[in-house]
Every structure is written in structure tokens, then in C-alpha cells.
Write a protein that binds this ligand. Sequence first.
Ligand code: SAM
Length: 286
Amino acid sequence: MDTSTYKTEVAAAFNSAAASYDRLGVEFFTPMGRRLVERAAPGEGARVLDIGCGRGACVFPAAERVGPGGRVTGIDVAEAMIEEAAKEAALRDAATVELRVMDGEYPDFAPRSFDVVLGSYSIIFLPDAPAALARYAPLLSPGGRLAFTSPVFTEDTFPFLPPVFTELIPRELLLDLPPQWQPERLQERFNSWLADPADLARTLEEAGFQEVSVVDEPVRLVAESGRAWVDWSHTQGMRLLWNHLSDDKRQQLRTRLIGSLDAMRDGDGPLTIDTPVRYVTATVRT
Ligand SMILES: C[S@@+](CC[C@H](N)C(=O)[O-])C[C@H]1O[C@@H](n2cnc3c(N)ncnc32)[C@H](O)[C@@H]1O
């Protein structure tokens, strides 16, 4: 699949998901975004750029931190995500928040426009993320910081899913998926550089950063039930996987996942999965 078809597919998936994205009672993106902002620690008055901002999991915590003298700019390739984030900004009367539809691979801003660049679970969607990171460095002021999250990939994970879900999805249902959605092909995929911390640090150094830190820390994913998780999975990156299955295989996978996830619950209690998340921070090299 060429880059522009892929981006159109990603934008379409997130446009369709935007109205319910992160609003189905499953906790994951909001606590992760808040934690990323804590780690990036933008100070009062800072100017922050959030790449692939979605509905604002990082934008609003960042706006709280930078205060009235700062500015938070969220960009996303999916127009509907930007519309949802803009509604939220209006509700909160968040005057320092600016939201724009823009490709995160080519952010169009003047050099040194920002003090912090963020990206929560979004850098993984960029077809050539190392090249994009090299475009972020000149946007930062001296001493400026980059901070992003990704799943903790292992050799056989799906492109956009934490390992626990790869374990639950039977391979035979996935044989018709295009190569880029197949597990066990990490080396051929565009996210392979994120799997090994040493590779990751080298990639960031080549992109113009230093003092790279890679910390894996779980986010407690909480859903009411297996069904709630599966419904939620259609509103995030896994939608791309669902979209590629036939009706028959989609139904089989739905039933399998609901059963396996409900088996992980403690009786009628909620489904809780401590999902490993990789937090990467770095400082721009001056
Ligand atoms: C899993 S969501 C994360 C959203 C938000 N950062 C959060 O934590 O809730 C991934 C986001 O990346 C956006 N995205 C994917 N490819 C992009 C690109 N090339 N440029 C900008 N945004 C992109 C998607 O539209 C989606 O909103």
C-alpha cells in the first residue's frame, strides 16, 4: 500500500471513530495522555505542539500546565477528531488551545515555534516516523523537549496493539490481512525502530535529539466487560484491523475476544489489563 493510500485509510478510520473515540467508558488514552504530559512537564508559559492530538488526551492537561501565558497547538490528520477536540476546547473555554487539521509527518510551523512536542500513540501511525522526528527538532526552542508514547512492541505484536491482544487473536482468522497488519513481521514494518530501546535512542539521536530516556510503565486499562472492550477497539487503531476482516471472520473474532476477555475478569468485576506503554523523552540538540 503506498503512503498516501495508507494515510487516507488511517484518516478515514479515525474520522469514523471520532464521535465515540475515548468516550465509551474504557479508560486508557486519557490516563496515558495525562501521564505523558506529566513526564514532559511543560512549564508555565510554554508553547506545546501535540502531534496526532485526537480528542485532546494531551492537549487539555498540557493547557492546564502552561496556564494563560502558554499555548497548546493540537494537529491531527483526521478532521473529525479536530472537530471533537474543538468542541471540548469550547466547552472548557480553553482560549490558549489551537486545533488544526494537519499531517503530523509535515508540521508546517516556523522554526523554534515550540518548547515541547508531544505525541501520544500517534507517532506509530506515521509511515516514516524517523524522518518526521527530524522535522520536529528544528521546531523546538533551545532546550526544548520531545515526549511521545507507543505500545511496547515485541517480535510478534500487531502494528498498533499491545502484546496481550496479539495473544488473544487466533492466527487463522488473520491470514487474509494485508502484510502491514500481520503480526510476526516486525522487521519489515515501519515501527520496527520502536521495539529496541537502543535502536530508538539511535534513531532519535540521528533526528537531532539527545538525553533520550525510554521508560516502560503500565497504564491500567479498565473496561466494564469483554464486550465493552471489543466495542471500544473499533474506535481506536484496531479499527484498521477490523476493517480488513470479512463479516464472517469479524463475527468469529468478536465472539472469541469477548469470551477470552470475560474469562480475565474477576467474576462480574470490570476487565482490568495493565497494558505496558513506552514513554520516550528527549531534548533537542543545540
Ligand atoms: C490512537 S489515536 C491517539 C490520539 C490522542 N493522541 C490520544 O492519546 O488520545 C492516534 C491519532 O493519530 C492521528 N494520526 C494518524 N496519522 C496521522 C498523521 N499522519 N498526522 C496527524 N495525525 C495522525 C489519528 O487521526 C488519531 O487521532
